[in-house]
Ligand binder design. Sequence first.
Ligand code: AMP
Length: 587
Amino acid sequence: MNYIELVELYEKISKTSKRLEKTHYVSKLLKKTPIQELEDLILLIRGKIYPEWDEKKIGVSSKLVIKAINKTTGVSDKEIEENWKKLGDLGDVARHLLSQKRQESLFKRDLIVKEVIKSFRKLSDQQGLGSVDQKLSIISELLVNATPLEAKYISRTLVDNLRVGVGKGVIRDAIIWTYLGGEIDIKYDFEKNDIELDTNDREKYNEILKKIQHAYDITNDFGLVAKTLKLEGLNGISKLKMEVGKPINVMLFPKAKDVNDAFDIVGKPAAFEYKYDGFRTQIHKTGDIVTLFSRRFENVTLQFPEIVKAVKKNVKAEECILDAEAVGIDPKTGKNLPFQKISQRIKRKYDIEKIAKQFPVELNIFDILSYKGESLLQTKFKKRREILNAIVEEEEKSIVLAKQLITNDEKKAQEFYAKALKNGEEGVMVKSLEGIYKPGARVGYGVKLKSIMEPLDLVIVAGEYGEGKRSGYLTSFYLACEDNGELREIGKVSTGLKELEEEGITFKKMTELIMPLVSKNEGKFVKIKPQIVIEVGYEEIQKSINYDSGFALRFPRFLRLRIDEKEVEDINTIDDIEMLYNQQRGK
Ligand code: AMP
C-alpha cells in the first residue's frame, strides 16, 4: 500500500471531530489493506511503530527533523525554526518548505507503508556513536521521496505528535466494522452520524465489542487482534491469551460513597483491603526471570532490584503474573514515604542501587492474574487470593500481601477503614469475593473508598506565564477532562506548586516539562500539547459557563504529577465529573 493512502486518511480524520465518521474512514482503509500490511497500518494510524507493550520508541528530536528538512530543501535551520514559530507545527513546516522546493529529485519514487515503517523502526534501533548521522540520512531519504503532504505526517510521526485525533476506541470499532461486515451489516449514515442497527444486531454488536475489547486488554496489540479476527473470526479471538512477559491492562476501580454504598455495589460479604499509596506494579515471573511493568507498560525491572530479588525468593510459583502496589518505606522510621519520593526511581537510569537504599519499597501484592501458565481472569477473587496466600511467603518491609478483612458487618468494615486511615493509607478497596478480573474496566467487582474529595486526574492543555519573581515561568495551567475522545476544559490551577525543589514540584520544573510541548505562543498565553496528566484536588465542583466542560473546580490545587502513571486516555471523564457533582449534592 502506498503511504499516500494512509496520509489521505490522516487528513480526513483530522478534519472531523465526529468519532463515528473517523471510524468509518479507518474502516474503509482497513478493508483495502492486505493482511501482510495490516499490523503496520494499524500502528501507523495512531502514529506508533510498535505495539503498546513494546518499549521501543522512535526517539527522534525536533532538532534532527529540522536538520533533515534542511538537508532535503536547502532551507537554513534558522529559517526552518522561524517557520516553526510561525506555523506552530513541525509537520506543517515540512509540508510548506517541501512544496516550495522547485527542483524535484530525479529519482523520486512512491513511498510505501512497509518501507516507511521499516525506516521508522531503523531509527529506533540506532543508538550510540555515529547514530545521529545514520538517523539523519534515514530521515532525509524519507523526505526526499515524500510529497509535501507525506512529509507533514512523516515529521509529525517522527516527533511523536501525530495529532489526528484517533483514540483506541476508534481503532477497536473500525476493526469490528471491517471484519464483521458479514455477521452484521454496519453502514455509517453521514447525515445522521450513526450506524443503523436493529435491536437484535445492536445486542450482537455489543457482545462482539466486549470480546474485542477484552482481546485488546490482554494483548495490548490491535494489529494482532485485527489479524486474528480477519483470519480466524471470533473463534480465534476467544483463543487469544495473555502471555507472561507482555503487560496487560490493569483493572480499575470506581469510587463508592461510603461503606454501605460499597457493600451495595460489590455484595456481602466483601473483602476490605488497605489502599496503599504507591506505584502500581505488574509482576511477570517465569522461572528465574522477573519482569516489572508500570501501569503504563514501562519496563521498570532495572529500577526496582529489591522487588525482583524478593519475588524470586518469596514467590513460590514457576510462572505467574501478579498485581501489586510498591510503597516507599523510610529506612529510618519504617513509615510510608509519600509517592513523590519513590516516583524518582521510576525513570532512573544511574545510581539505581544508591537510590534504592535511600527510598526502598515494600511490595503489597493484591491480585494474581495468571498462575502456572493458566489465566485466572475468569477465576473468582476469593480463589485468586487463596492462591496468593499459598504461594507468597511474606516478609515484612519487603514483600507482603495487601492487608485484608472479609466481612459482612458494617461496623467491622468501618473500623477497618478507620484503621487504614490512621495507618496513613489512602483509604480502602472493597472487593467482591465472586468478582472476576476485568482488565481495563471500572466495573463493580471492586470499589475504592477514600476520605477526601476524590482528586481528579486531568491533562494540562494551556498555560500562562507569571509575573514579578515568577516571570519566565509558567504559573497557571488550564486543565481538561475527556468527553468521548475530545478534551473539555474544566479549570485553571496555580496553587500547590512550589518555589523550592525541597518542597515538591516547582514552577521551574513544570515549565521545563512543558516547554517541549508548547504548540502555540500568544503573548503570556501558551497552548500545550495534551500530554501531562496531573492529580488535582479541589473543594467543590460547580456548574460554570466559563469552561466548555460546563463545570469548574472551586479552589483547585496541584497534588502530584501523574506522568509516570497515567496517559491522556486515563484522565477523568465528563461523566465522572457529573457523578461527583451529583454526589456532593447528595444525589
Ligand atoms: P486510584 O488511582 O485512586 O484510582 O486508585 C486505584 C489504585 O489504587 C490502583 O491502581 C492501585 O495502584 C492502588 N491500590 C492500592 N492498594 C490497592 C489494593 N489493595 N487493591 C487494588 N488497588 C490498590
